[in-house]
Design a protein around this ligand. Structure first.
Ligand code: ATP
Ligand code: MG
Length: 456
C-alpha cells in the first residue's frame, strides 16, 4: 500500500463481513470502496471455522478493492466484546541519567512506561488487546496528556487496559493473515463503535450503546470518554429470523425476506389487517399472514434479549446515565425497535445510522467506527499501540535507550494500596470539554461508584 493515508477496516460479523477502504485527507475520511459479503464460519459472534471465514474475508476484500481500484495489504480489525475484561493499569519508570539528573522524556520513555504497565499477571488464556492512557504523571505532576519534551526523573502512566481471550485474538489474526493481509491493529469493537455512534456529550456524561448484530447483542457502557463495561447476549437478529422460519414453517431465506419487508419490532405498530403471502413448506398455496402476527414473533425474541440486557444494566445502575440508549447494528433497521426498546428500558432511545454515502445502514456502523478510531489516534496512542504489538517505534529516537539502563518498576513492587490503584479518575483527556459536575443528576454519583467498583 505504502500510502499512510489509506485505512482499511474489517468487521468480521456473524451474518456478514464488512470491509471499507477509506482515504484520510485533510482531517476528512472519504470512503473509496466497500465490500459486504455473507459470512460463514462464525457462531454467535465468535470464529469457529477459520477456512470458511478466510474465504468470506477474501470475497469482501475483493469487492472493496474493485470498487476502490486499489490493492490493500494492511487492515484494522475489530475484536468482539466476548469475555472482554476492562481494568485499570499503571506503570512507572525512572527517567534520570545515571548521575541522578533529570532528563527530557521522549518516545522511548513512553514506550517503556507502557511496557511497565503491561507487566501484570495475566491468566495464560488472556492477552492485552489495548491500553488507553488516561494521563501521565511526571515527578508527581498529574493530568499530563503528552509528557514528551518534559523534564523529570520519574514517569508514570495511568490508563485502562482491555484484555480478551487469546483464542479470539489468535483466530481473528489468523483469518486476516490467511486471507493474505497484515493486521495493522486490533481494536476492541465497542470502543470503535462508540467513536462514531455516540456524540461528545453522550461519551462524556454517559450512555449505553447497543449493537444489535446477527449472532449476538452487545451492550457497551461509555462514561467520561471511557468504555467502562460491556455485556454480550449471544442472541441476535438471526435468532429472530430462525423464530420466524420455525413458527411460520418457511425457509430461513424466506423468513429473512419477510423480516426485512414486513417486520416490526413493536406489535402495537403493526397492522392487524394488512397481510402478505408466505410460502409454507409442504404446502402448494402460500398462506396469508398478518403483519401483526409476524410482529408478535419478532417482538417475543427481542423482549427476551432486551430483558436480559435490562437486568444486567440495572445491576450497575447504567440506565440512569443521561445519554440513555443508542441502538445500532443490522437489526436497528427494523421499524419499531426504538419504540420497543424505549418501552422496555424506560429511558430515551435513539438509533445510530451512518451518514456515509451508500453505507446508510446501521450494520455498517461498526466497520466505519474502526476506521474512524484509527484515524483519530494521536502520537501517544500510536506509540502505545506499537509497544503492545511488539513493534519498533517509527518515530526518531531522541536518546539512546539501553534495555539494562533502569529496571522497570511494576505496580506490584511500587504501589502501596489497592485503593489508590482502583480509584477511577475523571478522564483528563477531555477535561477541556467537561461541564461542571454540579449539573449532573444525583443518580450519576451512584452510577459512578458502581462503575468504579467494576475495576476492582
Ligand atoms: N433492513 C433490515 N431489517 C431487519 N433486519 C435487518 C435489516 N438489515 C439487517 N438486518 C438484520 O441484522 C442482522 C445483521 O446485523 P449485523 O450486520 O450488524 O450483524 P453482524 O455484525 O454480521 O453479526 P454480529 O455482530 O452479531 O457478529 C441480521 O440478523 C439481519 O437480518
Ligand atoms: Mg457486528
Amino acid at each position: 500500500m505504502g500510502n499512510s493515508s489509506i485505512y482499511v477496516g474489517i468487521d468480521i460479523g456473524t451474518t456478514s463481513i464488512k470491509v471499507i477502504i477509506a482515504e484520510y485527507l485533510k482531517d476528512q475520511i472519504n470512503i473509496i470502496g466497500y465490500g459486504n459479503t455473507r459470512s460463514a464460519g462464525l457462531n454467535r459472534g465468535v470464529i469457529v471455522d477459520i477456512d470458511q471465514v478466510v474465504k468470506a474475508i477474501k470475497e469482501a476484500v475483493k469487492q472493496a478493492e474493485e470498487k476502490a481500484n486499489i490493492q490493500i495489504s494492511e487492515v484494522s480489525v475489530g475484536v468482539p466484546a466476548n469475555m472482554l475484561q476492562i481494568e485499570r493499569c499503571k506503570g512507572m519508570i525512572a527517567i534520570g541519567n545515571e548521575d541522578g539528573n533529570s532528563k527530557e522524556i521522549n518516545d522511548f520513555d513512553v514506550k517503556r512506561v507502557t511496557e511497565a504497565a503491561l507487566v501484570q499477571n495475566l491468566p495464560p488464556e488472556r492477552d492485552v488487546i489495548d491500553i488507553v492512557p488516561d494521563e501521565f504523571i511526571v515527578d508527581g505532576f498529574d493530568g499530563i496528556q503528552d509528557p514528551r519534551g518534559m523534564v523529570g526523573v520519574r514517569l508514570e502512566m495511568q490508563g485502562v487496559m482491555y484484555t480478551g481471550p487469546k483464542t479470539i485474538l489468535h483466530n481473528t489474526r489468523k483469518c486476516i493473515e490467511r486471507a493474505g493481509l497484515k493486521v495493522r491493529d486490533m481494536i476492541v469493537a465497542p470502543l470503535a463503535l462508540s467513536q462514531v455512534a455516540l456524540s461528545d456529550g453522550e461519551k462524556d456524561f454517559g450512555a449505553i450503546l447497543i449493537d444489535l448484530g446477527g449472532g449476538q447483542t452487545t451492550a457497551a457502557v461509555v462514561h467520561d470518554y471511557q468504555l467502562k463495561y460491556t455485556y454480550v447476549d449471544q442472541e441476535g437478529g438471526d435468532y429472530v429470523t430462525r423464530d420466524i422460519s420455525i413458527v411460520l414453517n418457511t425457509s430461513i431465506e424466506n423468513a429473512e425476506i419477510l423480516k426485512r419487508n414486513y417486520g416490526y419490532a413493536d406489535v402495537t405498530l403493526a397492522s392487524s389487517e394488512d397481510t402478505f403471502p408466505v410460502n409454507v413448506v409442504g404446502q402448494q398455496d402460500p398462506e396469508m399472514i398478518t403483519e401483526e402476527y409476524l410482529a408478535q414473533i419478532i417482538e417475543a425474541r427481542l423482549q427476551q434479549i432486551f430483558g436480559k440486557l435490562k437486568a444486567d444494566l440495572e445491576r450497575i445502575n447504567a440506565l440512569q446515565l443521561p445519554g440513555g440508549i443508542i441502538l445500532t447494528g443490522g437489526l436497528a433497521a427494523l421499524p419499531g425497535v426504538k419504540e420497543l426498546a424505549q418501552n422496555i428500558f424506560g429511558v430515551n432511545v435513539n438509533i445510530y445510522i451512518p451518514q456515509e454515502m451508500n453505507l446508510r445502514i446501521p450494520s455498517f456502523a461498526q466497520v466505519i467506527g474502526l476506521v474512524e478510531y484509527v484515524t483519530q489516534e494521536n502520537e501517544i496512542d500510536l506509540i502505545v499501540r506499537r509497544t503492545l504489538e511488539g513493534k519498533e517505534l517509527l518515530v526518531e529516537q531522541t536518546h539512546d535507550f539501553d534495555d539494562n539502563d533502569e529496571e522497570y518498576i511494576t505496580q506490584d513492587d511500587e504501589f502501596e494500596t489497592d485503593d489508590e490503584f482502583v480509584e477511577v479518575e475523571e478522564n483528563p483527556k477531555k477535561k477541556k470539554n467537561k461541564k461542571n459536575n454540579d449539573g449532573k443528576p444525583r443518580g450519576m454519583e451512584r452510577f459512578k461508584a458502581m462503575i468504579n467498583s467494576l475495576f476492582d
